[in-house]
Design a protein around this ligand. Structure first.
Ligand code: SAH
Ligand code: SF4
Length: 398
């Protein structure tokens, strides 16, 4: 977004998104001693509230100047919905230009020796241009890229609540709204802040970025060395079907995506995770499992099978569990490590994007019916192996 055109509130940068050097330079310009940078970082990253007023080591005048120049919390207007008996907390953040994004905090109690985990799923964009038909965010279309501070403030919002309960965030996944590799210029500094011991301090192994297959983005990240775990949203191994499920496939076909993922694994020594949303009768057939085996055999990869969360605008539903189990068994038999995941918080629509979609209002019934009819026709053609000749709806590249 062009900041000059942004609402007045957004013209002040978010404090948490500043690179340390930028903050130090600002403090020096305001006649502050060097140790103030540490105190400001502590207030941002370890503070118990979403307000600078509590940052008591800072002189009142400095707090006032900081508040005039920067926003302390870019997700101050947030609605929280708790479900699954307290295990899932879904946050709907109203940003300063009224764009909506979501983050979801999931608690996994410790079991049989395993430590408890608190995983936060965050958004990288408001909406998404990729337009996967089974995804509530895809249906919303693209609004804008999130700023670095708007990304990390979702983490600060969840972390403050956990700290107040004597717990701490253990994992962050970029699996909320948006395609993180189409907003890398903001996502990479956000990850740097989350990694940095003097800021959030969460190890690279505990951060996962999921992509629908933006090949130049995967290659750019590979060149940087291991910063996080990469997850690829695969969904189908056959191009004609993946063209329908992940429209970006028309630009970067599945073989190119997997080749880039393989190079990433070789360069970083880190295993690649593949995500497959299991959609009944669409991508869960034996032919699909065999194609996936052919594509991934011999790779150091892990496949996660996730039953599709129902969304209003598609006729599709999750594959039945026995079908998912058979699919998993076929992959396992070929030596591909496979896990079946549950989908959390279905009752409040925890597939990220669903709360925001509900907030935006459902599209009118005839539009939904037309979209469903087109999906049925496209997927039927894809299952027969015809490749759609339509150009990719995503014009933007890198
Ligand atoms: N744009 C990125 C990251 C955000 S989507 C990507 O596509 O990878 C995060 C994950 O949620 C993806 O694996 C996506 O396929 C999955 N997802 C989206 N809609 C879903 C639904 N209705 N049910 C289950 N998973 C879904
Ligand atoms: Fe975008 Fe990911 Fe949803 Fe596809 S699944 S529309 S890439 S957010």
């Amino acid at each position: 977004m062009d900041l000059a055109l942004a609402p007045p509130e957004m013209q002040r940068p978010g404090l948490s998104g500043l690179a340390p050097g930028v903050l130090e330079a600002w403090l020096a310009e305001h006649g502050q001693p060097a140790y103030r940078a540490r105190q400001v970082a502590d207030a941002v990253w370890r503070g118990k509230t979403g307000s600078l007023d509590e940052a008591l080591p800072l002189p009142a005048e400095l707090r006032r100047d900081l508040a005039e120049a920067f926003r302390f919390d870019t997700v101050a207007r947030t609605e929280l919905t708790v479900t699954d008996g307290g295990l899932t907390e879904k946050a709907l953040h109203h940003l300063d230009d009224d764009a909506l994004v979501e983050s979801v905090l999931m608690h996994y109690p410790g079991r049989s020796g395993a430590r408890e985990r608190h995983t936060l799923c965050i958004s990288s964009q408001a909406g998404c241009a990729v337009g996967c038909p089974f995804c509530a965010t895809g249906e919303l279309g693209f609004t804008r890229d999130l700023q670095t501070a708007e990304i990390v403030d979702q983490v600060r919002f969840a972390s403050r609540r956990l700290i107040a309960e004597g717990r701490r965030l253990t994992n962050i996944v970029f699996m909320g709204m948006g395609e993180p590799l189409l907003n890398l210029d903001r996502v990479l500094p956000a990850i740097e802040a989350l990694n940095d011991r003097r800021r959030f301090g969460l190890g690279a192994r505990h951060i996962t970025v999921s992509t629908s297959g933006v090949v130049p983005g995967i290659r750019r990240v590979t060149a940087l060395g291991p910063q996080f775990t990469l997850a690829i949203s695969l969904h189908a191994a056959r191009d004609p079907l993946r063209d329908v499920l992940v429209p970006l496939n028309r630009r970067w076909p599945v073989a190119e995506v997997v080749a880039a993922a393989r190079d990433h694994a070789a360069a970083t020594g880190r295993r690649i995770s593949y995500e497959v949303t299991m959609i009944g009768g669409i991508n869960d057939t034996e032919t699909d499992a065999l194609a996936m085996v052919d594509l991934l055999r011999g790779d150091h990869a892990h496949v996660n099978l996730i039953p599709m969360n129902p969304v209003a605008h598609t006729p599709w539903r999750a594959s039945p569990m026995p079908v998912i189990e058979r699919f998993a068994a076929m992959l396992e038999a070929a030596g591909i490590q496979t896990t079946i995941r549950s989908n959390r918080g279905q009752e409040v629509g925890a597939a990220c994007g669903q709360l925001a979609a509900e907030h935006a209002g459902q599209p009118p019934a005839p539009a939904v019916a037309r979209r469903r009819a087109r999906l049925v026709a496209e997927s039927a053609a894809a299952l027969l192996g015809e490749r759609s000749r339509e150009p990719s709806p995503v014009g933007a590249g890198e």
